[in-house]
Design a binder for this molecule. Structure first.
Ligand code: E4P
Length: 218
C-alpha cells in the first residue's frame, strides 16, 4: 500500500517524508487556501516546493469545470514537474478530460468520487488514480469502506489498472481497513500515519527494557 499525505503544509510533508514511508502528496484547493497560498505563480511554486521534498506523485487539482479549461490547466500543471498528477473532478467534462489526458500519457487522479458507478467511469476513461472519499461518506452515515470494497471488486473483475486511492481518510483505523480491503493507496493527515505507530504495550515494554538495561553498566 502506498502512503500519501493529504496536505499542502510543507512542514507536515517534511515530517512524513523524514519517517521514510511517504510515497506522495495529495492537495486540493481547500488545502492550498488553508496555507494562505494565493496567485497563480505562488501556487505553481508551491507545487514545485512539494515536489522538492517528496520523491513521488503530487496531485495538483484543476479548478476549471469545462473541458477546454481543464485541459489547459492540466497541461500546464503536468508540464510543471514530472511528479505532478493532474487532479480532475468527477463531472462529465472531467471524464472527457481524463480520457484526453490518458491518450496523451498525462497521469490523472479522478477526485470527488462517491459511488462505484463513478469509479467505473473513471477507470474506463483511463484515470491513473481514482479517489473515493471515504471519510465524507462516513460523515453522512454512509459506509465509506463498502465503497472501497465495491471498487476493488469491480476493478479486479476487469483488470482495470486505475489505482484505488482511498481519500478523505480520517484516522488510522481507516488506513488499516483500507489496507485489508486492498486499496492501492491511502491519503490522509499526518495523524493517520503517526497513529499506526502507537501501542501502549510498546511504550511500557520499551520502558521496562530500558530500566533493565541500566544493570548493563555500559
Ligand atoms: C483527496 O485527495 C482529498 O484531498 C481529501 O482526501 C479530502 O479529504 P477531506 O474530506 O478530509 O477534506
Amino acid at each position: 500500500m502506498k502512503f500519501f499525505i493529504d496536505t499542502a503544509n510543507l512542514d507536515q510533508i517534511k515530517e512524513a517524508q523524514d519517517l521514510g514511508v511517504l510515497d506522495g502528496v495529495t492537495t486540493n484547493p481547500s488545502l492550498m487556501a488553508k496555507e494562505g497560498i494565493t496567485g497563480k505563480d505562488n501556487i505553481l511554486q508551491h507545487y514545485l516546493d512539494i515536489c522538492e521534498i517528496v520523491d513521488g506523485d503530487v496531485s495538483a487539482e484543476v479548478v476549471a469545470t469545462d473541458f477546454d479549461g481543464i485541459v489547459r490547466e492540466g497541461e500546464e500543471l503536468a508540464k510543471l514537474h514530472k511528479q505532478i498528477i493532474v487532479k480532475v473532478p468527477m463531472i462529465k467534462e472531467g471524464v472527457k478530460a481524463i480520457k484526453y489526458f490518458s491518450d496523451k500519457g498525462i497521469k490523472t487522479n479522478c477526485t470527488l468520487v462517491f459511488s462505484a458507478g463513478q469509479a467505473l467511469l473513471a477507470a474506463k476513461a483511463g484515470a491513473t488514480y481514482v479517489s473515493p472519499f471515504l471519510g465524507r461518506l462516513d460523515d453522512i452515515s454512509t459506509d465509506g469502506l463498502q465503497l472501497i470494497e465495491d471498487i476493488r471488486l469491480i476493478y479486479d473483475n476487469y483488470g482495470f489498472e486505475t489505482e484505488i486511492l482511498a481519500a478523505s481518510i480520517r484516522h488510522s483505523m481507516h488506513v488499516i481497513n483500507c489496507a485489508k480491503l486492498g486499496a492501492d493507496v491511502m491519503t490522509g493527515p499526518l495523524s493517520s500515519i503517526d497513529g499506526l505507530l502507537k501501542h501502549p504495550l510498546t511504550d511500557s515494554g520499551l520502558a521496562k527494557f530500558l530500566e533493565d538495561a541500566k544493570s548493563f553498566n555500559v
